[in-house]
Design a protein around this ligand. Structure first.
Ligand code: FAD
Ligand code: FES
Ligand code: FES
Length: 457
């Protein structure tokens, strides 16, 4: 392990942070404090409002908007970061993105505007749907119409990414803190064994709330982003092999290019925001094992499996067996999730991944239902139906699967399965929805499959 300073390229200029700078300070706190760049704003400090949006400039030219309130300096180590202060037009004045927003009257009090400018700058290069691009940026006073119109007319400035800093330490230290950045799986497992209490940090979109909201200062962190074995993503004839540390952004791009995974792409587009998907990972969703983790129902329905690496070697298990209870999983001491294999659904099967939430984007799931229904000779040959948000963990609903198996795919068969599903679950009430609402909504998500797909299957 090489110990050294936190190094990053900020607005095109390499920077070495003074010795002793805490690697778990958020990038936002550092920008607004020691770096004296107060253009980036703090609204919520929990990844929701987007006022803190900055952009990671990838070596391949990609621009990834991220929430700097959830990005630790140790994660930014080795990255090229651009903030609103780093945008300039060709004449040295306002950047075209800033001009377009100003001319469209797309700013009022201006608090959200630096974040919206940075999201717009990334969007101008990355493209895609404007509303989806803006899902992670809240504006409480302008009204979105002028912002949306401005975004629709943005053009890429064509600027290349700067070079990332050359020399990288893989151990960052501050008084009472060590931030490890292992460079391969072997080093990761050795660190995991030596520091069982250390935070295991992937994208940090769950874990870093403990820093940004609760102001925790962990003594030891092991960061996964530099471990190549966890960061692969392969599209194979039989499915997707996704490194536990590959971002949702990369997974979404793979699913968007593959018709078999279109329903998964549709779901991922609604997971958090572009900022959250730029950092968040499948490994983190599995590690948290939340009953409303959005990626979990489709993984269970598709029969995905994962590989765990640990002191005793490698083992493989089905995702449905990995989820053991409310926010608990089958990881043993010293183990990490290495990767997830998502089998390709057959063209003849019906694959659906539904999410019900109070608003379409950047919202927490009330009920999630994914299903894989295979047919043979006009009948349901097999059905896998996975639910989230209706029990302690995401799980298959076997009585509903049994009700469908062997039946002719019909409205009546789906109704019987929906009733079996409603009878099999015992959801809790909370402020997002009552137990009755959740039960009926879960059944209706299954009924909706019939209405959507009907006899086409
Ligand atoms: C504003 C906001 C919106 C969100 N919206 C959604 C949403 O719509 N749907 C949704 O499902 N989630 C959502 N989340 C939660 C979060 O983005 C996801 O759970 C994400 O998958 C977490 O991944 P991560 O890489 O950021 O995990 P981290 O925060 O880095 O880690 C989470 C947990 O997993 C463990 N872990 C991570 N990787 C591994 C590994 N390889 N092996 C073993 N353990 C590991 C960590 O130790 C930690 O305990 C949202 C979060 C925020 C802040
Ligand atoms: S401050 Fe609101 S998303 Fe970061
Ligand atoms: S302009 Fe005031 S919050 Fe957007």
């Amino acid at each position: 392990m090489t110990t050294g300073p936190i190094t990053l390229t900020l607005n095109g200029t390499p920077r070495q942070l003074p010795p002793g700078t805490s690697p778990t300070m958020t990038l936002l706190d550092w920008l607004r404090g020691p770096a004296a760049l107060a253009g980036t704003k703090e609204g919520c400090a929990e990844g929701d409002c987007g006022a803190c949006t900055v952009v990671i400039e990838e070596p391949d030219g990609a621009r990834v908007p991220v929430n700097s309130c959830l990005l630790l300096l140790g994660q930014a180590h080795g990255c090229c970061i651009r903030t609103v202060e780093g945008l300039r037009g060709p004449d040295g004045g306002a950047h075209p993105v800033q001009r377009v927003l100003a001319e469209a009257d797309a700013t009022q009090c201006g608090f959200c505007t630096p974040g919206i400018v940075m999201t717009g700058w990334a969007h101008a290069r990355e493209g895609g749907n404007v509303h989806e691009a803006l899902a992670g940026n809240l504006c409480r006073c302008t009204g979105y119409r002028p912002i949306v119109e401005a975004f629709a007319s943005l053009g890429d400035d064509g600027a290349a990414s700067p070079s990332p800093p050359a020399i990288l330490a893989n151990q960052l230290e501050a008084p009472g803190q060590v931030f490890h950045r292992p460079a391969d799986l072997e080093a990761l497992l050795a660190l995991r064994a030596a520091h069982p209490e250390a935070w295991l940090l992937a994208g940090g979109t769950d874990l870093c709330l403990r820093v940004s909201e609760h102001r925790e200062r962990p003594a030891e962190v092991i960061c996964l982003s530099g471990v190549p074995e966890l960061n692969g993503l392969e599209v194979r004839p039989d499915g997707l092999l996704v490194g536990a540390g590959a971002s949702y952004r990369r997974l979404l791009a793979a699913c968007e290019g593959d018709a078999a995974f279109a329903p998964l792409a549709g779901l991922l587009r609604r997971l958090g925001s572009r900022q959250i998907r730029g950092m968040g990972t499948l490994g983190g969703n599995l590690g948290t094992a939340s009953p409303i983790g959005d990626a979990l129902p489709p993984l269970v329905a598709l029969g995905a499996s994962l590989r765990l690496a640990g002191p005793e070697g490698m083992r493989e298990m089905a995702v449905e067996n990995f989820l053991t209870g409310y926010r608990t999983n089958a990881l043993r001491p010293g183990e990490v999730i290495l990767d997830v294999f998502i089998p390709r659904p057959s063209k003849a099967a019906l694959f659906a991944a539904e999410k019900l939430s109070k608003r379409p984007d950047q919202d927490i799931t009330m009920v999630g239902l994914s299903a894989l229904i295979a047919f043979e000779d006009g009948r349901v040959f097999s059905a896998r139906i996975a639910l989230g948000g209706t029990g302690p963990h995401v799980a298959r609903i076997i009585p509903a699967e049994v009700a469908l198996a062997g039946q002719v795919w019909s409205r009546e068969a789906v109704e019987a399965a929906a009733q079996a599903l409603e009878a099999a679950i015992a959801p809790l009430s909370d402020w997002r929805g009552s137990a009755d609402y959740r039960r009926i909504a879960a059944g209706n998500l299954l009924r909706r499959l019939w209405h959507r797909q009907g006899e086409a299957a």
